[in-house]
Design a protein around this ligand. Structure first.
Ligand SMILES: [Zn+2]
Length: 327
C-alpha cells in the first residue's frame, strides 16, 4: 500500500503522534544489495511552529503516486498538545521537547513522549531526518546543520559533509550551528536532529521557514520545495534545481546578533538576507518621541537572518539572529 497512517501512542490523556508513510508504488530495489532510501520528515516539536505541519500534509499528497523509490515517513506534529494550546513548549511541564532526545521511558511524561517518538522513528532506520521549524516573521528561510560532536576524525568529516551536500540541495541558505563548546553547552546534541546525527549517525537537517503560530502558505511551499530538493538528490523524486531567491551561497554560522544597550523601540534598518560588513547599521533603538537612542551595528561580515519578534527592546536583548561569514 503506497500510503498509510499509523500512530505512536502516548498513553494517558496525551494525544497520539500521527505518522503518514508514503512508499514508491513499485517493488523495492533489489540490485547490488542496495536498500531503497528511507527519509523521515518531522514537524512541530515546538508547538507554535506550524509550517512543517502543512509541509507534511502537502508532501503526503504530492508524493503519493510521484515517489520514484523508497519511503518517506511524515510526522506532522511531534507535540500535538502544544499545537492545540499554541505554545512552544510541552504544556504540562513547560519544557522544550527539543532538548530531551532521545527521551527516557522511565522519565517524566514529556521524556516518555520523546522516547516513544524517538523509538518509533529509530525503528524505521532512516537514511535522512529533516525537522521543520519556524523562526520569525520576515526571516529568510534557511537550513541548519548540526555538529557531529560524538564522532572523531574522518568519520565526523564524512558525516558532516554528507549533511552539507544534502543541505545544499534544498536551494536555501545553509547555516552551521554554534561552535562545538556552545553546541554541547546548549544541549543541541539532545535536539532531535542533534540526537539523530550523534546517536544514529545518519544525516539530519533542520529547515526553518515562515512565521510562528500560523500556517503560512508561502512558507509551506518554500519548505516543501526544500525537502523535495533533498529527495531529488537521493533519487526519490525527479531532481529539481530550485534555488530560493534568498539563497546566499557560501559558509555561514548562526549566532545571536548584537544586543541593545538601552530600552526603546526597535526599528530595523538592515533587510534580512542582505549582505552586511562589520560596522554596518542593523537597527536603531528610538524613543517614542523619535530620538535615536542607539544605532546597533554588525559585529562581523554576514547578514541578518531574522529580527527578534518584538517592537520594544530592553538592555541586553539580542536584536537579531545573525549569519556570520565563516572564513
Ligand atoms: Zn523551533
Amino acid at each position: 500500500m503506497p500510503r498509510s497512517v499509523t500512530r505512536v501512542e502516548q498513553g494517558g490523556r496525551s494525544p497520539d503522534v500521527t505518522v503518514i508513510s508514503v512508499s514508491a508504488d513499485r517493488p523495492p530495489h533489489r540490485g547490488q544489495g542496495a536498500r531503497d532510501p528511507v527519509v523521515v520528515v518531522t514537524a512541530n516539536v515546538h508547538g507554535d511552529e506550524c509550517t512543517g505541519v502543512g509541509v507534511c500534509l502537502r508532501l503526503a499528497d504530492e508524493l503519493d503516486g510521484s515517489l520514484l523509490r523508497g519511503t518517506v515517513h511524515l510526522y506532522p506534529s511531534l507535540n500535538p498538545e502544544a499545537l492545540e494550546r499554541r505554545t512552544r513548549r510541552h504544556p504540562d511541564e513547560d519544557v522544550d521537547l527539543n532538548r530531551l532526545f532521545p527521551g527516557d521511558p522511565q522519565g517524566s511524561p514529556a521524556e516518555r513522549l520523546v522516547f516513544a517518538t524517538w523509538s518509533d522513528l529509530a525503528a524505521r532506520s532512516p537514511d535522512l531526518v529533516v525537522d521543520i521549524h519556524a523562526d520569525a516573521p520576515g526571516a529568510i528561510p534557511y537550513v541548519l546543520t548540526d555538529r557531529a560532536i560524538a564522532l572523531r576524525g574522518a568519520e565526523r568529516v564524512r558525516l558532516e559533509s554528507e549533511c552539507t551536500s544534502l543541505a545544499d540541495s534544498t536551494g536555501l541558505t545553509v547555516l552551521q550551528e554554534y561552535p562545538d563548546d556552545r553546541y554541547s553547552r546548549y544541549r543541541l546534541d539532545r535536539s532531535l536532529t542533534g540526537a539523530v546525527l550523534n546517536r544514529l549517525q545518519v544525516p539530519a537537517l533542520t529547515v526553518e521557514a515562515g512565521p510562528r503560530l500560523v500556517l503560512d502558505a508561502a512558507a509551506v511551499q518554500v519548505a516543501a520545495q526544500a525537502v523535495r530538493g533533498m529527495l531529488g538528490s537521493l533519487g526519490m523524486v525527479e531532481p529539481t534545481s530550485a534555488r530560493h531567491a534568498s539563497r546566499l551561497p557560501g559558509t555561514w554560522r548562526r549566532d545571536s546578533g548584537p544586543r541593545a544597550s538601552v530600552a526603546g523601540l526597535l526599528i530595523a534598518v538592515a533587510e534580512p538576507g542582505v549582505g552586511l560588513r562589520r560596522g554596518d547599521v542593523i537597527a536603531e533603538v528610538r524613543a517614542l518621541g523619535g530620538t535615536v537612542l542607539e544605532r546597533i551595528r554588525a559585529e562581523g561580515n554576514g547578514f541578518v537572518v531574522s529580527f527578534v519578534e518584538r517592537a520594544h527592546v530592553v538592555s541586553g536583548v539580542p536584536v537579531c539572529t545573525f549569519g556570520f561569514a565563516v572564513p
